[in-house]
Design a protein around this ligand. Sequence first.
Ligand SMILES: Cc1cc2nc3c(=O)[nH]c(=O)nc-3n(C[C@H](O)[C@H](O)[C@H](O)COP(=O)(O)OP(=O)(O)OC[C@H]3O[C@@H](n4cnc5c(N)ncnc54)[C@H](O)[C@@H]3O)c2cc1C
Length: 471
Amino acid sequence: MSHDVIILGAGPAGANAALAAAESGLRVALFDQQPEAGGQVWRAPLPGLSMPSSPELSSGDALRARLAASAVECRLGRTVWSVGSHFRVDAVGPDGNEHVEAPRLIAATGAHERVVPFPGWTLPGVIGLAAATVLLKSHGALPGQRVVIAGCGPLLVAVAAGVLKGGGTIAAIADLAGPSDWLRALPALASQPRLLARGAGWALKIGGARVPVLFRHGVRAAEGDDALSRVSLAPVDAEGAFIAGPERVMEADALCVGHGLVPGAEVPRLFRVAQAFDRQRGGFVPKLDAEGRTSLNGLYACGDGVGLRGALVAEAAGRLAGLACAHDAGALTAATFASVSAPAREAIGQARAFSDAMADMMALRPAQVAAIPPETTVCRCEDVTRADIESAYADGARDMNQLKQFTRCGMGPCQGRFCGDVAAEILAAKVGSREEVGTFTARPPLRPVALADLLGSFDYSDIPIPPPAPL
Ligand SMILES: Cc1cc2nc3c(=O)[nH]c(=O)nc-3n(C[C@H](O)[C@H](O)[C@H](O)COP(=O)(O)OP(=O)(O)OC[C@H]3O[C@@H](n4cnc5c(N)ncnc54)[C@H](O)[C@@H]3O)c2cc1C
């Protein structure tokens, strides 16, 4: 094997794991489907685009410079579609399919976003809140000219500030949380003064632009003929259920909406490692020891893919997993491991209060799911509605794999990444608990890849044709 460890994901977690393992003397291959390292939060602009400076861009540039100066073999622009036994990783990149194997693997594949469906959420013009950060950071593009921003968590203010900075207008911000929720989180947020100051700067910009902020409001419906033109916002209670009160209809050509993130734990799940449901951390997450080891020997995991904790923790947890891997490979003595990993352990402890507060803000509110109307699409790849999910339950579906067999929910190109969490919540409300309904079984391809890329170029005349079987 040409590598000691393969790392999947070059965000704050995976890139720091790679640097720590390489500094300890391991031969490291680092994969990411993005052309540049940085992950979601420190995403690089598209090649040729220059973006105004920001703390995220500076952190990303610093990380990319450290990787370039390191011994890490960066295999960027490669989509990992399969991870098999002996940690054989298959990825499609510019030269077609390639594979590597190593005795150890660190999964740091981050999270994906959750949008709790509402009527009209599949209209052009409605995009995810997290997806909006990608548009703003990587493409330097606005989601629309007149934008409604809705959902929960810190991305609300981050996206709003980005839209204003790009010259867009915000019709309204609808936050599921109320001022009392933010006040309650304030002491925890103050434990990270730099991040709190950044958030406060965004809030001032939003206030200065006189953007209407509707606390404890959710999206009742998005409307328009061929594309979004109106968004109805209605008051909700602390659990996210709609309550009596005036509805506001906002004219808008874009709605950026998101209800937190879901850990992308497909790789640990492929190996059927022990996992547990943790609502605050975003859903089912692999069980890890304090240094990122899963229940399978040689498989480690870190970052938002193993529970939402944000970039600060992802960085430190990545470093810890990289060092643990080096220790287990015999490259670090126990004493060296203890001393070089101490700062990472301390950083995780210091960030805990902040990351817990943010995770609480983004946790799924079951009452919001209960309010999804029956005819609303939940799985948009396969057009499965809430009523379809409930009738599958009536027909006997009791877990996520049975739901998939009954309805095709989760069988489309996203493989259940976007619908799985909400569909599980709907089924769990009937069956009894999320633990009982479980998750879809993870299977390759982890991401959609073209068959032509897997086959590569070949000449039909070169294909050996076996002689006909004797009659
Ligand atoms: C779309 C999105 C936008 C976000 N924007 C922000 C933001 O603006 N500010 C903020 O504070 N937080 C943001 N977050 C939260 C943020 O992800 C975390 O706080 C932090 O980046 C976690 O770091 P990580 O290394 O664990 O994961 P990530 O940064 O998500 O990195 C994971 C990496 O794995 C790669 N990957 C995953 N699967 C594969 C595969 N099969 N093949 C190849 N590569 C793969 C991804 O391309 C990605 O680069 C965002 C999250 C999402 C999902």
